[in-house]
Design a protein around this ligand. Structure first.
Ligand code: CDP
Ligand code: MG
Length: 679
């Protein structure tokens, strides 16, 4: 293992003003205090938020909106809803809601809080995320949910009358649905002033929220409560130059931390599942070379694709003589706190959704983190003792990072959100009180797209089909396919495809056989027509022969993901039945099926060019095929495809492709709507 050249400019980051605890590097120090021996109540009282309990309850009573700012780990998410429960805010059948931008956070926090409250999960404490409701209509008092779920609930119950208190957590992340909810909740509070709102944030930019909630309302309607955090100093080390392969570099750094430093867990920030898996694989390969007597390494992953049990493993306290090395996405940046982390290795990158309204291409791109994120990640090393953060880039690169990440609403496809806002009766989008307004271009393109797809009419109002599509818990383009399947007699198959693309990673790479076997296994399902039909085949084989984890393993399918697809399918099926959409089978007529796909993906057309890349129909952008596609090494026979989504890494890659005839883009795209509107 090469020696690492890190330059340490000295202690920095949050908490640097605190006294540094004496500790000799290199010696085995006591492992970070595990609170396992304390009673739950004692653990709760140790959290920084405990000191502020009375004040918080007082403010929530007095003010309509309480903005709570406190460092990650101070107890906002787990404790505040409990304080409210204990002081009677959930009496008379009322519910306390707490929203999270991430599914993983909603589930893991609900599990923790159910334990603290001493109830079964789904009873007094529950959670709801898309396609998964672990709550009880009568008994649940505290409900954690994704922000998207609560927003969707406003479509059914516009005043959110079930809730007494709503806590919008991790508001600093400014996720799309958090922003939309804040806008809607400001409106709701005008009609229902008794509703209490808590906006919680890990960063200090709470002023913006205060201004938002006091403008145009009573100035004394909102207040800020700051929780001073208990935080140890964290030393920051930079690389002298950026690493060409930060995953490999992260492995090297983690390895040398393990050899050079005493106890304390290591948290590595990477951008996604694939990187995390590669990082842990490379680390695992090194394990046999670990010198005798060295600290043992327990490699762990933390990302949204894991099962709940897998996620919870990161919270197990490492035994003496071992340390956890957790490779995580930015879930671990603020939403989830793992005590005992003493070393942070920060790749400096994050995957975010971006949208180009001119090309209609929404993509997941890997971009440098913001300064705010880098600092937040650094702080994760100082939760329970002083720590060190290794940034895998030079200090000069830090200086050039953007201050903060722009709110998601400014860089996302607004098609689905605008359809939902319209369904809520918010027709004048200019008058809506945005926390940050989306770019006019993005609103305009979304309206055009909705109009062309027949979701809004000439008068700018929702059409009957638009009303119904807004109710479906899936993206507009996929919902449109469900509705047009009626005309192509392929409801059964489209329903399956819609469910399969709602899950991620149906195909897995089995342990010890990277690539090859998975590829061979998948060939059994592979169809010439592309990935959508391949997914359909995999699903059908699963329900016919499989439904067991051993069968899935033998066929390189992800059992948990496949089971989720089955559950999603049965939920979407209920919508189809409610909307009178026939569940007919196309009986193997792949052509009709692909035509139906075009009715949803008509904005995602691409043309094959001789060098093996594609050009987008709109904007003529160069697109590469994602290596997981069955069309990765093959030219589509017709020369044309539609694709599900774009992923931006070093190049722009399209994922989940199907062959089409170019004429279909016109026939079943926007023209389709006019023909049907006439008929
Ligand atoms: O929301 P905030 O970041 O302020 O803190 P929190 O998520 O409520 O976490 C408070 C404490 O609970 C931290 O010390 C966490 O490590 C702990 N916790 C845990 O042990 N297991 C969980 N599943 C969630 C939180
Ligand atoms: Mg939290």
């Amino acid at each position: 293992m090469s020696t690492l050249t890190f330059w340490k400019p000295g202690t920095a980051g949050p908490g640097s003003t605190h006294d540094r605890e004496t500790e000799e590097e290199g010696n085995v120090v006591q492992s970070a205090p595990s609170h396992g021996f304390l009673s739950i109540q004692a653990q709760r009282e140790r959290l920084p938020i405990w000191q502020h309990r009375q004040k918080l309850l007082h403010c929530i009573e007095k003010y309509g909106v309480t903005i709570v700012v406190g460092q990650t780990g101070s107890g906002k998410t787990t404790q505040l809803p409990q304080y409210l429960l204990e002081s009677g805010w959930a009496s008379e059948g009322n519910i306390i809601a707490c929203t999270q931008p991430r599914r993983v956070a909603a589930t893991s926090v609900a599990i923790r809080v159910a334990t603290e409250v001493g109830t079964l999960l789904g009873d007094e404490v529950g959670y709801t995320i898309r396609f998964e409701d672990v709550s009880d209509k009568e008994r649940t008092r505290i409900c954690y949910m994704t922000d998207g779920m609560l927003f969707r609930e406003t479509l059914i119950d516009p005043l959110l009358s079930r809730y007494n208190v709503i806590m919008i957590d991790e508001a600093h992340e400014r996720s799309l649905y958090t922003d939309l909810l804040l806008g809607i909740l400001k409106k709701i509070r005008r009609k229902r002033p008794s509703l209490r709102l808590i906006v919680s944030s890990a960063t200090l930019d709470a002023k913006a929220f205060l201004e938002y909630f006091t403008s145009g309302t009573h100035p004394d309607d909102a207040t800020i409560v700051s929780l001073e955090g208990r935080m140890f100093p964290v030393e920051v080390a930079y690389l002298q130059e950026s690493a060409p392969d930060y995953v490999r570099k992260a492995v090297e750094v983690a390895w040398s931390i393990n050899l050079q430093h005493g106890a304390g867990d290591i948290l590595i920030f990477l951008t996604g599942r694939e990187e995390i898996e590669r990082c842990l694989e490379e680390l695992t390969e090194l394990l046999p070379t670990l010198p005798r007597g060295a600290t043992q390494i327990i490699p762990l992953a933390l990302h949204a694709g894991l099962s709940t049990e897998e996620q919870l493993r990161v919270f197990n306290v490492a035994e003496r003589g071992t340390r956890k090395v957790i490779a995580a996405t930015n879930i671990a940046e603020a939403s989830v706190t793992i005590d005992g982390v003493k070393f942070v290795v920060d790749s400096g990158f994050v995957k975010i959704r971006t949208y180009n309204p001119t090309t209609f291409l929404a993509s997941l791109s890997t971009v440098p983190v913001s300064k705010a994120s880098a600092i937040q990640r650094t702080g994760r090393a100082g939760r329970t003792s002083p720590g060190i953060c290794y940034r895998l880039y030079p200090e000069s690169a830090f200086a050039s990072l953007p201050t903060s990440t722009p709110p998601e609403i400014t860089r996302t496809d607004m098609t689905t959100p605008i359809l939902q806002l319209k369904s809520l009766g918010i027709d004048d989008l200019m008058k809506f009180e945005w926390v940050s307004a989306p770019p006019a271009e993005s609103i305009l393109r979304a309206l055009e797209g909705l109009f062309a797809a027949g979701m809004i009419g000439d008068n700018g109002l929702l059409t009957p089909i638009g009303e119904r599509v807004a109710e479906c818990p899936i993206e507009v383009n996929i919902a449109r396919m469900l509705f047009t399947s009626k005309d192509f007699n392929c409801g059964e198959e489209i329903l399956t495809i819609a469910s399969m693309i709602s899950i991620q990673d149906a195909f897995v790479i089995p342990d010890g056989a990277p690539g090859a076997i998975a590829e061979l296994e998948r060939r059994k399902f592979t169809t010439e027509e592309g990935d959508h039909l391949t997914l359909l085949n995999a699903y059908n084989a699963f329900t016919k022969y499989g439904r067991s984890s051993s069968w899935c393993k033998a066929h390189a399918l992800n059992f948990r993901a496949m089971s989720r697809a089955v559950s999603i399918r049965s939920q979407l099926k209920k919508y189809m039945i409610r909307f009178n959409l026939p569940l007919q089978s196309c009986e193997g007529d792949a052509k009709r099926l692909r035509q139906c796909l075009v009715s949803g993906y008509w904005r995602n057309g691409a043309r094959w060019v001789a060098d093996g890349t594609y050009r987008s129909v709109k904007g003529n952008k160069t697109l590469y095929v994602h290596p997981t596609s069955v069309l990765f090494t093959r030219k589509p026979r017709t020369g044309w495809v539609v694709f599900h989504e774009v992923e931006e890494t070093k190049r722009t890659q399209i994922r989940i492709l199907s062959e089409i005839e170019p004429d279909w883009l016109l026939d079943y795209g926007h023209k389709y709507q006019h023909r049907h509107a006439a008929g």
